[in-house]
Design a protein around this ligand. Structure first.
Ligand code: GDP
Length: 443
């Protein structure tokens, strides 16, 4: 899947290969390829325009990173922008403070809405959430039966009133039933039409008004490409969606819909459907999708290589900071995140002169220390991160940080102590003294 897109993107950066840096004159061809590739993948025209403009702005404004080739820097910019357009991170389902959480499913007929309803219930069951499904699609032949059958298959109760009842009334009673049963989630399957239709929209709006959902998820068929943009716009304008489920990603689809949905609605894709079976639902991860759009194999390796080169260049800059003793908590955190991306502490340590290899056990311990430190540093103010000395003399600041990060006072004190120790050790290293061991972050 997405092969065509990956191929034309690859030819885009081939054009930058061998250039010494990114310039207005040499980037146009590459941008044109990106534009063509995305349009060919059925990405909405406006989304493509915005995307390419942003990539161009960033590529031209980017500092040339010593040692990083322009084509790789460009790949990284395209990749990062793809991830950004798709929302950066996975956004989990809303969960109401008082049960039940109400999820309204919306979308055209045939997109996989009913299937997604059951898939979602099964997904929640795996998290020990109890769900009631409500069948309000009284129009599509056998839609109610389909949901009942799926419910039996996954052992999730289904509320239905046949096909003669009014959908708004079914939704109302379904919600009441959910409360009576004490389930924590209710998922309401609604009727779709083959095309956007005024009556369908009006009914959906009425159901929404009646049940006041915490989530209104638009189910989008990934095979619909360019249409996905219009669909998203209409549903979002008329109903107001909080997220989307992109179905049929297992098929021979292009990346277009995934890019358009978030950009048009500002709402995240929360799950993807990857098959007809009820188990075939996965959380949506923008990074994975970007990797997929950029292609498996070669292109992905290129992105990784670019990332690595950029990391190394960044590490070199950081090293200079360390040696000049300007290393603060923000650098520390940045460094940690970098290390996480690179997969191990070892990679970075090798770049610091005088550092030997660490054992696997030490590395593992280091990784869990990193998590703790990341949480603690995230709870510091900007000022505190820039000026670590603020923390050594102030127990009340440390207490506040401990509370904010969910750690104990002594854990915060310990981290600050270690940071100080590490900083002074690094300074010494900068002055040519070799440390006995790397005691800065471990145990
Ligand atoms: P609805 O009209 O929107 O409720 O659509 P259905 O849930 O009945 O699904 C329509 C068709 O799409 C059915 O044949 C489903 O098996 C199929 N389908 C749904 N989701 C997926 C998916 O993620 N992958 C594939 N390959 N087929 C799917």
């Amino acid at each position: 899947m997405f092969d065509a897109l990956a191929e034309s993107l690859e030819s885009a950066w081939k054009k930058l290969r061998g250039q010494d840096k990114i310039r207005e004159s040499n980037i146009q061809d590459a941008l044109q390829e990106v534009r063509r590739a995305l349009l060919a993948a059925d990405v909405n025209l406006q989304v493509v325009k915005d995307f390419v403009t942003e990539v161009e702005k960033q590529a031209l404004g980017a500092d040339v990173i010593a040692g990083v080739k322009p084509d790789q820097q460009f790949i990284k910019i395209v990749y990062d922008e793809l991830v950004k357009v798709m929302g950066d991170t996975n956004v989990p389902l809303a969960q109401a403070e008082t049960s039940p959480t109400v999820i309204l499913m919306a979308g055209l007929q045939g997109t996989g809405k009913t299937t997604a309803t059951a898939k979602l219930a099964l997904h929640l069951a795996k998290e020990n959430r109890k769900t009631l499904l409500v069948a309000t699609d009284v129009y599509r032949p056998a839609a109610v039966d389909q949901l009942v059958t799926l419910g039996q298959q996954i052992k999730i109760p289904v509320f239905e009133m046949g096909t003669d009842a009014n959908p708004v009334e079914i939704a109302r009673q379904g919600l009441a039933k959910a409360k009576e049963m004490g389930v924590d989630t209710v998922i309401i399957d609604t009727a779709g039409r083959l095309q956007i239709d005024g009556n369908m929209m009006a009914e959906l709006a009425q159901i929404k008004e009646t049940v006041q959902p915490h989530e209104t998820l638009l189910v989008v068929d990934a095979m619909t490409g360019q249409e996905a943009a219009n669909l998203t716009r209409t549903f979002h304008e008329q109903i107001g969606i909080t997220g989307a489920i992109l179905t049929k990603l297992d098929g021979d689809t292009r990346g277009g819909a995934a890019l358009s949905v978030r950009q048009i609605s500002g709402q995240p894709i929360k799950f993807v459907g990857v098959g007809e079976k009820v188990e075939a639902l996965q959380p949506f991860y923008p990074e994975r999708m970007a990797q997929r759009i950029l292609g498996m194999g070669d292109v992905l390796t290129l992105v990784e290589k670019a990332q690595e080169e950029i990391d190394i260049a960044d590490a070199a800059k950081m090293q200079e900071k360390i040696l000049k003793a300007q290393f603060d908590f923000s650098d520390f955190l940045k460094q940690m995140r970098l290390m996480k991306n690179m997969g191990s502490l070892g990679g970075l340590l090798k770049m610091i002169p005088g550092m030997g290899k660490l054992s696997g056990e030490q590395l593992q311990k280091g990784e869990s220390e990193l998590k703790k430190a990341e949480a603690i540093i995230s709870s510091m103010t900007k000022e505190e991160r820039q000026n670590p000395d603020l923390l050594t003399g102030s127990p009340s600041r440390r207490r506040r940080i401990a509370k904010g990060s969910g750690h104990s006072d002594s854990q915060v004190t310990e981290l600050v102590g270690k940071f100080m120790q590490m900083r002074s050790m690094m300074q010494k290293m900068g002055q040519g003294e070799m440390p006995e061991m790397f005691g800065g972050m471990g145990g």
